[in-house]
Write a protein that binds this ligand. Structure first.
Ligand SMILES: Cc1cc2nc3c(=O)[nH]c(=O)nc-3n(C[C@H](O)[C@H](O)[C@H](O)COP(=O)(O)O)c2cc1C
Length: 371
């Protein structure tokens, strides 16, 4: 997109705060949102956010540097934060030792039924999902990343440090109460994600959540959950949100770090296809159903809490990592209800361009219902 073509596209105060041109932020889906996707979004005028949750500190540093090689525009890093920061540094091996025998037996049975071979040893020293946030944060600070996004837990334990470094702290919430709490803890911007969103999800729909969060906090609010084209974006901006945070739509892009058959699954999905399962992390997570989600649905034990369930889930996915690996039928395919709208895999730049252009057209015509 040339700067000439950008004239007339939506632009909000948050765009100036973040140093971007259009208020579209790609969700930090770990580890799908890698350097290629993030740089493509930032180069197209939006803000790309790396999903670094499941990465070691070396990997975080490496993807941040790789992204810098691909773009000179701002980008962010997203981490899932633990509810309590004193969980720091537990390895997959430490966490695996806490898993009850009954759950282990269930995982072994599911793995055998699905033909999955255990491949956990090489990754046993890796830190378990969400337990390494403090060390990951140090790397993000050292690398001077301008935007930090935290999901689930509060960013309170690091907000001051990011502010001292001149970075913006953004927090993802699923309720008004959480929005108020994270702003009190130092979040500069709140992403309000409705239940229809892919990945971890709450109970309140986007349409109900946004106006309540907008009323409750005095920082910029970013809309998330079910936004897949310019119509959703225009509605969010009209409501008073200053940007959109988009996950599922960016999964079906050329640059997204998932397999081709996973992208095809998004394209084939209908609005009601995604289900909420606790099989992946122990928390409610919206994903497309398959043999693996079904096996957990029928399991004789309930999923464990985080960080135990991600380790247990990995035992049934063929590896300890929380990567998007696996094979058709035995994989975690996170996706939101907007998947039904997505008809083809396109470039990330095309998603940014078409969403911004369609929103601009709708916003320009928004007065047509007025007398
Ligand atoms: C496959 C997948 C993985 C995700 N992983 C993360 C993550 O690691 N961290 C995070 O903050 N959000 C994660 N999310 C949630 C997104 O950040 C975002 O809030 C959500 O996708 C927005 O709703 P949408 O999918 O309808 O656009 C993930 C979502 C999906 C679909």
């Amino acid at each position: 997109m040339s700067s000439q073509q950008r004239v007339g596209l939506p632009h909000t105060p948050l765009c100036d705060q973040l140093g971007i041109e259009v208020p579209i932020i790609s969700a930090g889906m770990g580890p799908i949102a890698g350097p290629d996707l993030v740089a493509a979004v930032s180069n197209a005028g939006g803000l790309g956010v790396l999903g670094c949750t499941s990465m070691s500190t070396d990997e975080v540093r490496s993807v941040v540097r790789r992204t810098r090689d691909l773009t000179d525009r701002p980008f962010g890093v997203d981490l899932i934060l633990p509810a309590r920061i004193d969980q720091g540094g537990a390895s997959v091996r430490d966490v695996a030792a806490l898993i009850p025998d009954e759950h282990r037996a269930t995982a072994a049975r599911i793995a055998a039924d699905l033909g999955v071979e255990a491949a956990d040893e090489p990754l046993a020293d890796r830190n378990a999902l969400g337990t390494d946030a403090e060390a990951q944060v140090e790397v993000i600070l050292e690398e001077g990343v301008p935007v930090f996004v935290g999901a689930l837990g509060s960013p309170g334990f690091v907000a001051d440090r990011f502010h001292e470094a001149g970075a913006t702290v953004i927090s993802i919430v699923g309720s008004t109460k959480q929005a108020v709490a994270v702003v009190k803890d130092g979040a500069d911007v709140v992403i309000a994600q409705g239940t229809e969103g892919g990945g971890h999800t709450g109970h309140v729909g986007t349409m109900a959540l946004l106006p309540q969060v907008l009323d409750a906090v005095d920082v910029p609010v970013v809309a998330a959950g079910g936004i897949g084209d310019g119509r959703g974006m225009a509605a969010a901006l009209l409501m008073g949100c200053e940007a959109v945070w988009v996950g599922t739509r960016f999964l079906a892009t050329e640059e997204a770090g998932i397999a081709g058959w996973q992208k095809a699954g998004i394209v084939a999905a209908a609005d009601q296809s995604p289900v909420i399962s606790r099989a992946y992390t122990g928390k409610r997570f919206r994903m497309l159903p398959n043999d693996w989600t079904q096996a957990w649905e029928e399991a004789d034990v309930d999923p464990l809490p985080m960080p135990l369930q991600p380790v247990l889930a990995a035992m049934t996915l063929g590896g300890m990592a929380t990567d998007q690996g696996g094979r058709e039928g035995v994989s975690m395919n996170g996706a939101g209800n907007i998947a039904g709208l997505i008809e083809e895999v396109v470039s990330a730049a095309e998603v940014v361009r078409s969403m911004a252009a369609e929103a601009a057209e709708l916003l320009a015509g928004a007065s047509r219902y007025l007398p």
